[in-house]
Design a protein around this ligand. Structure first.
Ligand code: BG6
Length: 516
C-alpha cells in the first residue's frame, strides 16, 4: 500500500517513461530514486512502465539489480517489503540501443507496445534524455523516424541542462528539437525549480500580507542570492572547464531564482501566466554595455590550493581533466539590476562558487532602514530587517527584526525568528526530481523553463562571457575553502552593503528564536 496517500495525491495518467542514459549517473542518483518515491507515495499507480535505454548490453535482470542498488543508496525511502519491491521492479525493462541507428528504435517500438498492452497504458510516452546535449537532436529525429511518436496518447520530451553553450548554440539546438516536438511538448529541467523552497518563494510572497506590500524599491534595499558549494569539480573537470560557473549555475539556477523573487504576481496560477511573468523579469535585466562595465559589476574567481575541515585541497588547475593553464571561473558574483517600476535602483547581488566553506543556497531580502527612528539619536546602530529564505540543504525561512533588550531601558537587539522546515520530524521534502517527473507526466510545465526564458537568459550571460573572453587571464583567485575573491565583498561595500552571513556563519549578536 502506498504511503501518505491523501486526497491531494494526484496521479498522472498511465505512461511509459523512457530513460535514455539509463546506465549513467543521473539515472542512478536521481531518476530511479525519484520514480521509486513516487510509487511509494501512491503518485504512480500500476499503469506505468519504465524502459531504460543505453548503449551497454544489459539483461532486464541486471538492470533491475542496478535499480535496486541505486534505490538502496540514494532514495529517501528504503526498500522494505520484498513483494512490493518485486511489483515495482516488474515495471522496468531495458533496451540496449545505438542511439544513432534508427533500426534500434523500431525494436524499441515493439518493446513499448508490449509493455503498454501489459500494463494497460494508453499510449502516453515521456522521453527523458539524461544524455549529453549534442545527442538531443539525433535522438529526437530517430524517435520520429522509428515511429515512437505515432501513438494514441501524448508524447513529451524532458531534457537536462546545459541547454547550449551560448545563445547561438542554444538556438541551433532548439531548432533541431522543434522540428520534432512542439514547444509545449518540451520540458526543460532546471532542477532548482523543483526544490521545495524555491516553489515556496511564490507562496511566501503572494500569500502573505506582511511581505507583498513591501516587495519593491520603496522598502527593499537589496537582494542577495548565494549558491555556495563545498565540492570542487569532482569527475566533471572535462565538462566544467569548458562551461565555468557562469554557464553552469548563472545562466540557469541563479537567474531562475532571481525571476521567482522579482516577478510580478501572475494574473492566474497557470503555467503560461507564471512563465510570462518570469520572462518579463529576464527581459528587464539591465545588460552590461561594455567590458569595462562587466569588470565593474561582475567578479570572477578560480580556486587555488587550500584547506577545509583539516583537509588539504588541490587548486582548480590541478584537478583531473582540467587544463593546467585554465582560466575558467569556478566562482562569480555580480551586481544585477532589474529595470522596471518595481525594482528600479535595487541591486540584486548574486554569487556562486565551488570549494567555498559551506554548501548552502539562500536568498536574503534586506529591507531599507526606517526613515526616522526614535532610537536613531541614541547610541545604537540599528540593523536592517531581513527576510531570509533557506533553500538548500537546510529548508526554511527566518526574519530578523529589532526588539528591546529585556530589562534594559531602550537597548535594542536583533532578533531572528526561524521556521526550519527541514528540522521538523516528519517533513521529508520530496526531491526536486520527484516533483519534476511527476509534473511532466501531469503535463504541468510551470517549473520547467520555456524557450524564451532560456534564450533571454543566454543573451544576458553572453555579454559577460564575451567581455571576459577579451581578457581571459584577468581572473581573481581564492584559496579553496575560503569565501571567494575579496573583490566580491567590494561589490557590495561600494554601495554601503555587505554579504549577510549564511547558514553556518551565524552572528553572535543576534538572539535566535528557533522552534524546538
Ligand atoms: C548542477 C551543476 O546543475 O547543480 C553542478 O551542474 C552543481 O555543478 C549542482 O554542483 C548543484 O545542485 P544542488 O542541487 O546540489 O545545489
Amino acid at each position: 500500500m502506498a504511503e501518505n496517500l491523501t486526497q491531494e495525491t494526484v496521479r498522472p495518467p498511465g505512461a511509459v517513461f523512457f530513460i535514455f542514459g539509463a546506465t549513467g549517473d543521473l539515472a542512478r542518483r536521481k531518476l530511479f530514486p525519484a520514480i521509486y518515491s513516487l510509487y511509494r507515495e501512491g503518485k504512480l499507480a500500476e499503469d506505468f512502465a519504465v524502459v531504460g535505454v543505453a548503449r551497454r548490453p544489459r539483461s532486464d535482470e541486471e538492470f533491475k539489480e542496478d535499480l535496486y542498488r541505486s534505490i538502496e543508496e540514494f532514495c529517501r525511502y528504503k526498500i522494505g517489503d520484498k513483494e512490493q519491491w518485486a511489483r515495482f521492479a516488474d515495471h522496468f525493462s531495458y533496451k540496449s540501443l545505438d542511439i544513432n541507428n534508427v533500426d534500434g528504435y523500431r525494436e524499441l517500438r515493439e518493446l513499448t507496445e508490449s509493455v503498454e498492452t501489459r500494463f494497460g497504458i494508453p499510449g502516453n510516452r515521456l522521453f527523458y534524455l539524461a544524455l549529453a546535449p549534442e545527442l538531443f537532436g539525433s535522438v529526437s529525429f530517430n524517435l520520429q523516424k522509428g515511429g515512437m511518436l505515432n501513438t494514441s496518447g501524448w508524447h513529451r520530451l524532458v531534457i537536462e541542462k546545459p541547454f547550449g553553450y551560448d545563445l547561438q548554440s542554444a538556438q541551433k539546438l532548439n531548432e533541431e528539437l522543434s522540428q520534432v516536438f512542439k514547444e509545449e511538448e518540451i520540458y526543460r529541467i532546471d532542477h532548482y525549480l523543483g526544490k521545495e523552497m524555491v516553489q515556496n518563494i511564490e507562496v511566501i510572497r503572494f500569500a502573505n500580507a506582511f511581505f507583498e506590500p513591501l516587495w519593491n524599491n520603496k522598502h527593499i534595499a537589496n537582494v542577495q542570492i548565494t549558491l555556495s558549494e563545498t565540492v570542487g569539480v569532482e569527475e566533471r573537470g572535462g565538462y566544467y572547464d569548458h562551461a565555468g560557473a557562469l554557464r553552469d549555475m548563472g545562466q540557469n539556477h541563479m537567474l531562475q531564482m532571481l525571476t521567482m523573487i522579482a516577478m510580478e504576481p501572475p494574473s492566474r496560477l497557470f503555467p503560461e501566466d507564471i512563465r510570462d511573468e518570469k520572462v518579463k523579469v529576464l527581459r528587464s535585466l539591465r545588460p552590461y554595455d561594455s567590458a569595462q562595465e562587466v569588470k565593474e559589476y561582475v567578479v570572477r574567481g578560480q580556486y587555488t590550493e587550500g584547506e577545509a575541515r583539516g583537509k588539504k585541497l588541490p587548486g582548480y588547475r590541478q584537478e583531473d581533466k582540467v587544463d593546467p593553464n585554465s582560466n575558467t571561473e569556478t566562482y562569480f558574483a555580480a551586481k544585477v539590476f532589474v529595470d522596471n517600476f518595481r525594482w528600479a535602483g535595487v541591486p540584486f547581488y548574486i554569487r556562486t562558487g565551488k570549494r567555498l566553506p559551506v554548501k548552502t543556497t539562500e536568498v536574503v531580502v534586506e529591507f531599507k532602514q526606517m526613515p526616522t527612528n526614535v532610537y536613531l539619536g541614541q547610541k545604537h546602530t540599528l540593523e536592517p530587517n531581513l527576510l531570509v529564505i533557506r533553500v538548500n540543504p537546510m529548508e526554511g525561512i527566518y526574519i530578523k527584526i529589532n526588539a528591546k533588550k529585556p530589562g534594559s531601558e531602550s537597548q535594542i537587539e536583533p532578533l531572528a525568528m526561524e521556521f526550519c522546515q527541514s528540522c521538523l520530524v516528519g517533513i521529508n521534502s520530496p526531491e526536486a526530481y520527484e516533483r519534476l517527473i511527476h509534473d511532466a507526466a501531469q503535463g504541468d510545465s510551470t517549473y520547467f523553463t520555456r524557450w524564451d526564458e532560456v534564450a533571454t537568459a543566454w543573451a544576458f550571460v553572453d555579454r559577460i562571457a564575451a567581455a571576459w573572453a577579451q581578457n581571459p587571464s584577468d581572473i581573481s583567485t581564492y584559496p579553496a575553502g575560503s569565501w571567494g575573491p575579496k573583490d566580491a565583498d567590494e561589490l557590495l561595500a561600494q554601495d554601503g552593503f555587505h554579504w549577510w552571513p549564511v547558514n553556518g556563519q551565524e552572528e553572535d549578536n543576534v538572539i535566535w528564536i528557533k522552534q524546538n
